[in-house]
Design a protein around this ligand. Structure first.
Ligand SMILES: Cc1cc2nc3c(=O)[nH]c(=O)nc-3n(C[C@H](O)[C@H](O)[C@H](O)COP(=O)(O)O)c2cc1C
Length: 475
């Protein structure tokens, strides 16, 4: 199925066992998930309409169209679920969970607004799978049916306009905010190296606990689809638990969960298998993966490519590419030691994404830095299937609609800088979170809110807590 000799088809059936969700889709190609093939263009400029068999993904583009893939084209994933276009909102932690870590009406308001904004797919902010291990206060947690009613309301709000709705599932591991987690656990008892911040040394998970965490991902995923979500994404990036298992400097185990690259990735692979078994073949299963940790001794691009190769036979529907950890915030374009050429590109991880495209047929999403329709079209022309737009959507929730209709559309978001470099990372997160809260309260975002107001919040007692936990990174 995965080799390049397969027959090209734009009308093939979705992965066996998966029902098409074609009823939700608009335009051509609906319900016509091509099995391991895609129609794409090599030049992206409206030219050749060349069919690329070597770098194609498992998703189906627009049937019957020979031109380059456009942002407004639908995409049918191997599971049969269709995004109405190629723009997605990636996970952005909202910290709006309520009592018992339930989704709250503020989340419903926020996501209903985003659902009307035009994106083909929305991801929730990271939702925790173990209430003993929170990334920050206000995380939503799914351990069982406790929050099912509210989860249903959240799914309804997200899907209000035919938008595909996914939940990002996460365990923070050693990047848990101090004070919010009863126990801080990780693959090994190795502290996260974050300059200027002393995070606690975690306790190494036992073998039985590793297996328990795999089950927790599967249980949470099953609850999500029962609540009406279209599927889930496993957070395998940004230095959290899954990413810690992948990383040689966080995972120094010598049992079956560490010791070499294959055993380090086993935790992720087992989670993927358990989650797929729990949600069935017709729901979306996605992974967010680091291109690299951007840290000395960390997960490298070559190891990441090996993970992508290994995932290729696991029936993933979408692989989102990002990068970085708290210690090196590449995900928001602020890594320590990122090459100048990489930083100069609007899409931070495009070079890596092109390498990934060459070796996998899994549909790819790229997130980080993209602001203009032109750069997004370039990504599609390079064979990327979906573009993720995060921070701009906190101030321009309807930006996707503009990107879909105006050829030269560009986000108006300006970089959020305080002038105090050390505080910039956390201040930026708080600034964006303030914008989310305005939308969640039914108000308009206010891009003119000064960064100094965010800094004042940062220095308030609650903010100090946040700064301790998150000074340098994004979730
Ligand atoms: C406030 C905020 C919260 C975030 N929370 C998450 C999260 O929960 N999970 C995740 O994978 N990424 C998270 N991210 C990273 C984004 O998904 C995305 O990778 C990053 O913002 C880069 O994309 P952008 O340049 O389009 O904003 C967060 C980013 C911000 C700004």
């Amino acid at each position: 199925m995965n080799d390049s000799t397969e027959q090209l088809s734009t009308t093939a059936a979705p992965r066996s066992g998966a029902e098409s969700s074609g009823g939700e889709a608009v335009g051509a190609g609906i319900g016509a998930g091509a099995d391991r093939s895609v129609v794409s263009s090599a030049d992206g400029q409206g030219g050749s309409g060349e069919i690329d068999l070597t770098a194609g993904s498992a998703a189906s583009g627009e049937a019957g169209s020979a031109g380059p893939v456009q942002l407004a084209d639908p995409l049918t994933l191997p599971c049969g679920v269709t995004f109405t276009n190629r723009i997605a909102k990636p996970a952005m932690a909202e910290a709006m969970g309520g009592r018992q870590n339930k989704p709250t009406p503020r989340l419903f308001t926020l996501y209903r607004r985003w659902s009307g904004g035009g994106a083909g797919m929305l991801l929730t902010g990271n939702v925790m799978i173990d209430r003993r291990a929170l990334g920050e206060p206000g995380d939503v947690v799914i351990e069982d049916d406790t929050n099912l009613t509210e989860l249903k309301q959240w799914a309804d709000a997200m899907r209000a306009n035919g938008t595909v709705a996914l939940v990002q599932l996460n365990h923070p591991g050693r990047q848990a905010m101090p004070g919010t987690s009863k126990q801080i656990v990780a693959p090994s008892a190795v502290r996260a190296p974050v300059k200027g911040l002393r995070l606690p040394t975690p306790r190494a998970l036992t073998d039985a606990e590793v297996k328990e965490q795999i089950k927790r991902f599967a249980t949470a995923a099953e609850v999500c689809v029962r609540a009406g979500f279209d599927g889930v994404q496993i957070h395998g990036a940004h230095g959290y638990l899954v990413s810690q298992f992948l990383s040689p400097n966080a995972n120094t185990r010598t049992d079956e969960w560490g010791g070499d690259a294959e055993r380090r990735r086993r935790f992720l692979i087992e989670i993927v298998r358990a989650v797929r078994a729990a949600i069935g073949p017709d729901k979306v299963l996605s992974v967010k993966l680091n291109s690299a940790d951007f840290q000395r001794g960390g997960f490298t691009e070559n190891e990441s490519l090996d993970v992508i190769r290994a995932l290729d036979t696991e029936g993933l529907d979408l692989l989102e590419i990002s990068g970085g950890t708290y210690g090196s915030a590449a995900m928001v374009g602020n890594p320590s030691g990122m090459k100048a050429s990489t930083r100069a590109r609007e899409a931070y991880f495009m070079d890596f994404a092109e390498r990934a495209r060459a070796i996998t047929k899994t549909p790819l999403m790229i997130t980080g830095g993209m602001r203009s329709a032109a750069a997004m079209r370039e990504a599609l022309a390079a064979g990327i299937d979906v573009v993720g737009i995060g921070r701009p959507l906190t101030v321009e929730p309807e930006l996707p609609r503009r990107l879909l209709t105006e050829r030269n559309a560009v986000s108006a978001l300006k970089p959020v800088k305080s002038g105090i470099k050390m505080l910039d990372g956390a201040a930026e997160l708080i600034w964006h979170n303030q914008q989310l809260r305005r939308i969640a309260d039914g108000r308009e975002p206010d891009p003119d809110i000064g960064i100094h107001r965010a800094l004042l919040k940062l220095l308030s007692p609650k903010g100090i807590k946040l700064r301790r936990g998150k000074r340098r990174g994004a979730a």
